[in-house]
Design a binder for this molecule. Structure first.
Ligand SMILES: [Zn+2]
Length: 490
């Protein structure tokens, strides 16, 4: 409990408010009279929150708890719901004023027990691969058309009717993850349907990853409703292997590449998913809300520690730091654990972020800022402030974040992340603390997304940055208004 600073200031004020009273009437000449200590400024308080968070393991402990108790938390699953109900009761026990589970209709997709993919010719051997979320089940054996890149596939006019389209393009590595952004929407999301339109009977991509381990990386493709073609991701070394066999085929050294792929995925009837919403009510403007969070669900292969146990734990820990200091901000802090971020949905249905924004759209005008963490557990390296943040605010954030090794970017934040983008479209300004994603895609969506991948000291640095940033918005009258038109206005 770190209420000492404020309590001390209050005591000092109380003790010396009665100037002229008996205790102070005759100060000893050699004893200097202490001056009243002013209450901490928001910036000074934010600095204390920041420094104390560096020593706290609240986020790490949360990730440890949730991944140990529930393991994987697939979108729309019973595990996700159980984790959500546990989280709500845990948040109440931690001192949040309210913590509720909000359900929404959701189409789950469940991986079959025996995903498999193998080369049946010219050199028969097993590969390591998994079905893409939302893809259609099937059991196909066919000649493969192997493409070095997505663009090669788009440019090619070869007939892929009755074949399995394989894209073996590697993903570029960067701290901001641009490679993933560029490829997930094109190859993984649109690939299976594009191949199906050209008559293909299966689709395989090299996992969107930056590692060379033999893990497949799961991920969502466009919702197929069971009417598409089986679509799978194979590990990077398996993609390299297929590339070598295809090269031998092109040189006439080997016969055509043939693949056999099996997915027993099922599309259960319409069910539900959950968002968890917990609040610290504001003391002066409870109707003004700062929304912070990460997602609750995870892929099924690992335990969802870096994606996104760490992210939602960062938001919880930043708010918990404020509770632990005995503080109450002027504005309401709302922590949201969004459900079902990872999977695709048919039209009219959507992620937890989409459903949260829809359910709370009438409050959007009172949401002063939104912050989301969904990029692993490594350190924050830059901060992106809303475009209308004034110079004084920028200077304050520089003073608060520079000691953590964080640079405040000149370019403003222009969008939300996966669960806050819908809020951004409703006009809610987004603040972004950009984490180092250089290693994020080594284990993202793999069986290796486990607690062991998290370095507590890195996670604490993120929470420190979040605590300070959160306090500066929540205990202030700062208003960020959006200069650019929203999508609805365009
Ligand atoms: Zn995520």
């Amino acid at each position: 409990m770190k209420i000492a600073a404020v309590a001390f200031a209050a005591l000092v004020f109380a003790g010396f408010s009665g100037i002229g009273g008996p205790a102070l009437a005759k100060p000893k000449p050699m004893m200097p009279v202490p001056k009243p200590v002013p209450a901490l400024t928001p910036e000074a308080q934010a600095a204390i929150l920041r420094d104390d968070a560096l020593q706290s393991n609240v986020a790490y402990q949360w990730v440890s708890d949730i991944t140990t108790r529930f393991g994987a938390r697939p979108a729309g699953s019973a595990k996700e719901r159980a984790a959500g109900e546990w989280a709500a009761s845990r948040l109440k026990a931690m001192g949040f004023d309210t913590a509720v589970v909000e359900s929404f209709p959701y189409h789950a997709w469940v991986r079959g027990a025996n995903d498999s993919i193998e080369v049946t010719g010219p050199f028969p051997q097993k590969l390591v691969g998994v079905a893409l979320g939302g893809s259609t089940a099937g059991d196909v054996e066919a000649e493969a058309a192997v493409f070095e890149s997505w663009q090669t596939f788009l440019d090619s006019t070869i007939d892929v009717t009755g074949k399995i389209v394989v894209i073996i393009q590697p993903m570029a590595r960067s701290t901001a993850g641009e490679g993933y952004g560029a490829m997930s929407g094109a190859i993984r999301w649109a690939g299976p349907q594009a191949a199906q339109k050209r008559g293909a009977v299966g689709f395989v991509l090299r996992s969107l990853s930056t590692d060379d381990h033999r893990f497949p990386h799961a991920g969502a493709t466009n919702w197929s409703d069971g009417k598409g073609i089986p679509a799978m991701a194979i590990s990077a070394p398996d993609a390299e292997q297929l590339g070598r066999i295809a090269a031998m085929q092109r040189k006439g050294e080997a016969g055509p590449v043939r693949l056999h792929m099996v997915s027993g995925a099922v599309f259960p009837p319409l069910g539900t998913s959950v968002n968890v919403v917990a609040e610290i009510k504001g003391s002066e403007h409870p109707e003004q809300v700062v929304v912070i969070g990460g997602h609750l669900d995870s892929w099924d292969l690992g335990t969802g520690a870096i994606d996104d146990g760490a992210g939602h734990a960062i938001a919880i820990a930043a708010a918990k730091a404020i509770l632990d200091h005995g503080l109450r901000p002027k504005r309401t802090i709302r922590v949201v654990l969004w459900g079902s971020e990872e999977m695709s949905q048919p039209d009219g249905f959507g992620s937890g972020g989409f459903n949260y924004a829809r359910a709370h759209a009438s409050e959007a005008g009172n949401m002063v800022a939104a912050m989301e963490a969904d990029f692993g557990a490594d350190k924050v390296i830059t901060a992106s402030l809303p475009a209308t943040a004034d110079t004084a605010y920028g200077k304050t954030m520089n003073r608060l974040l520079t000691p953590l090794g964080i640079a405040v970017k000149r370019e403003p934040s222009t969008e939300g992340d996966s669960d806050t983008d819908v809020l951004h479209d409703l006009g809610v300004p987004c603040l972004t603390l950009n984490q180092d994603g250089y290693d994020y895609f080594n284990t993202h969506h793999t069986p290796d997304d486990v607690l062991d991948r998290i370095h507590p000291e890195n996670l604490n640095q993120v929470v420190a940055a979040w605590s300070a940033t959160l306090w500066m918005v929540a205990d202030s009258d700062i208003s960020f208004t959006r200069p650019e038109p929203t999508k609805a206005e365009k």
